[in-house]
Design a protein around this ligand. Structure first.
Ligand code: OXD
Ligand code: MN
Length: 646
């Protein structure tokens, strides 16, 4: 069986290499029931992909998704019947799923890129150092790993065929994928997060598509009982990307970025590789529009590591009077220069897969409005009146209700030692429902980007905002990003981690080559390069309290950034970049006082340590592949810091 799987999974490449591999699947040889849709309506390539994997995974049924309302209702009904989701009756068409507690986040340690040469995927770290910039697996080793898992993995289950578009259907900036999955939860989630269904097949025509194979890894009948009726196989989980054939194979996890393959796997990991080949950028960035009281509007893209408030910023209600923010996307940006040299961005996603805890009417009223209908919640707590609950909503639920935690503990109370909701619990909700979606959020041409913003959670030393001196310095700023660890992956504790470009878990290829790609963009003949900034909303004072109020007040920083884009003389040089001149941030209407001195202080010892840490990181992790321009920027920063008076 193992070699059969190997041949099937690798058929494209082996054929390219000239071997004579038979194509196994014919309509006659199939042993599955077509329970929905019609294989004859698929293009020959899609049909071939479906049939060869049906032969491999041996599902009982095949269902070709059309993305219709009727189909969605049927799947929600089945999920409910099988105990995977329950209705949250307080809202319209909202559902709660509880996963097996061992399947709650992305598993970076089990996520691999597979290329012939290791160095195409990841930098080779310095001898004796454990690499942190992704995992590589040799093609042959991957073949055997996949062959130990996929053959027969869908036995007794239905294989769903999901044609989906990342980006508006038909946009020249969009790309199409086909996901095969044995999870109906994945289907209903992909329907929210992507444009999915029949219209995508029409748009596909004879073009290439990204092949996404996903299985929860629990063929039927199961030998062990399921926890929360949630099938998964955490011990054998693997998430593999094969850039050469544009394939993703994910096994063992049903949750989040591990299973909704359009998101991190396609739009960022394979996306960043396509972007490098085709001269564009696939980035872990939100996109928002900001309009000032004069009606002048700009769009910015911003990269923050997971759990730094990207969704909150993307949906912000600005507290600056007369300003308006609109949302284009909260997690991923695909950006390309147009024929006039203007960088333009689309959000490839159609929904938000947002972290629930911390989201409230105070922190993100627009998200709260968005999630009141047609939303799938996962691993949040539930209230006795049929609502949702998580940390941060304490003041927003009626006093009389009781709370059942994500682990099923009834009568959960804030005094309980454990959280009510998992820290990485999520809402999966259609972007179109967000009250502040930008009029152009689905514009096939994308929106023009004026500035790129990097940021992280930095309790110490890093000011509220600074601007890079030029493009190369900006690339260096992105490359040296650091932030406190997140619950979105399996890391523990609040350590400060390097997270270059907020892409550390999502690079599809060697980070050294990625920096080179960014640096080279400015060589495009007519490109207007956006200015690059760094922000930090999370600086703390000596008492451990945040100095800056954040949330809606962050509009003041965005306004300063837009005025810099317009060339206003409101910045002065510091050792790390341009910082706001005194009184240049609009402070009108800001409640309470902010210690601006503490917010913008640049302690020399801190930056000396920072230079040292960045150098160590680059030397150890990126080693031979650090571009010369980045070393030059580090040396320049070092010199500026050293020449700073104490
Ligand atoms: C996410 C993440 O899920 O960045 O968006 O982890
Ligand atoms: Mn993200």
């Amino acid at each position: 069986m193992a070699s059969l799987g190997l041949k099937i999974l690798r058929s494209c490449r082996l054929l390219q290499n000239g071997s004579k591999i038979p194509l196994y699947c014919t309509a006659q040889s199939r042993a599955f029931n077509m329970i929905y849709g019609d294989l004859n309506k698929l293009t020959p390539d899609v049909r071939h992909y479906v049939e060869e994997n049906a032969k491999l995974c041996q599902p009982e049924n095949i269902h070709v998704c059309d993305g219709s309302e009727k189909e969605n209702e049927m799947l929600l009904y089945l999920l409910q019947r099988d105990g995977l989701i329950k209705r949250l009756r307080k809202y319209e068409n909202c559902w709660l799923a509880r996963t097996d507690p061992s399947d709650v986040a992305r598993v970076e340690s089990k996520t691999f890129m597979s290329t012939y040469y290791q160095r195409d995927s990841i930098p080779i770290p310095k001898t004796g150092v454990q690499g942190q910039l992704g995992n590589w697996i040799a093609p042959d080793d991957l073949d055997s790993e996949l062959n130990m898992r996929f053959p027969g993995c869908m036995r007794g289950r239905t294989m769903f065929v999901i044609p989906f578009s990342m980006g508006p259907v038909g946009s020249p900036l969009s790309k199409i994928g086909v996901q095969l999955t044995d999870s109906a939860y994945v289907v209903v989630s992909m329907r929210v997060m992507t444009r999915m269904g029949a219209q995508v097949l029409d748009a596909l025509g004879d073009s290439d598509f990204v092949k996404c194979l996903h299985s929860v890894g629990v063929p039927l009948p199961t030998s062990k009982g399921l926890v929360n009726n949630w099938p998964c196989n955490p011990k054998r989980t693997i998430i593999a990307h094969i850039p050469e054939t544009n394939e993703i194979c994910s096994y063992g996890s049903g949750y989040g970025g591990n299973s909704l393959l359009g998101k991190k796997c396609f739009s960022l990991r394979l996306g960043s590789i396509m972007a490098k080949h085709e001269g564009w950028l696939a980035e872990h960035m939100l996109i928002l529009g900001i309009e000032n009281p004069k009606g002048e509007k700009k769009y910015v893209a911003a990269a923050f590591p997971s759990a730094c408030g990207k969704t909150n910023l993307a949906m912000m209600n600005p507290s600056l009077p007369g300003y308006k923010i609109t949302c284009v996307g909260d997690d991923i940006a695909w950006m390309r220069f147009d024929e006039h040299g203007q960088l333009r961005a689309i959000n490839p996603e159609a929904g938000f897969f947002g972290v629930a805890p911390g989201t409230s009417a105070k922190t993100n009223p627009n998200a709260m409005e968005t999630i009141k209908k047609n939303t799938i919640f996962t691993n949040v707590a539930e209230t006795s009146d049929g609502g949702f609950f998580w940390e941060g909503l304490e003041e927003e639920i009626p006093k009389f209700v009781s709370i059942k935690s994500w682990l099923g503990v009834s009568d959960w109370s804030p005094e309980s030692k454990k959280n009510s909701a998992h820290p990485n619990s999520r809402f999966c909700t259609p972007a179109s429902q967000c009250p502040i979606m930008d009029d152009h959020w689905e514009d096939p041409a994308g929106v023009p980007i004026s500035a790129i913003i990097f940021g992280g959670r930095r309790p110490e030393g890093v000011p509220l905002v600074y601007e890079s001196f030029d493009w190369n310095h900006g690339v260096f700023v992105g490359a040296s990003m650091r932030s406190e660890a997140t619950a979105a992956a399996e890391h523990k504790g609040k350590v400060i981690m390097h997270d270059p470009f907020a892409m550390r878990p999502f690079f599809g290829y060697n980070f050294g080559h990625y920096m080179k790609h960014w640096l080279c963009l400015k060589k495009r003949p007519n490109a207007t390069m956006p200015k690059i900034f760094h922000v930090n909303w999370f600086r703390k004072n000596d008492q451990g309290k945040f100095i800056w109020p954040g949330f809606g007040e962050n509009a003041r920083v965005l306004d300063w950034i837009c005025r810099r884009v317009d060339g206003e003389d409101i910045a002065e040089k510091s050792m790390i970049g341009y910082v706001p001149k005194p009184n240049s941030l609009l402070m009108e209407g800001l409640e309470g006082s902010v210690d601006m001195q503490a917010l913008f202080d640049l302690p020399k010892e801190f930056w000396e340590r920072e230079v040292k840490d960045i150098r160590k990181y680059l030397e150890e992790q990126v080693n031979e592949d650090v571009p010369d321009e980045i070393w030059e920027e580090l040396e320049k920063l070092h010199t500026r810091v050293e020449s700073e008076k104490l």
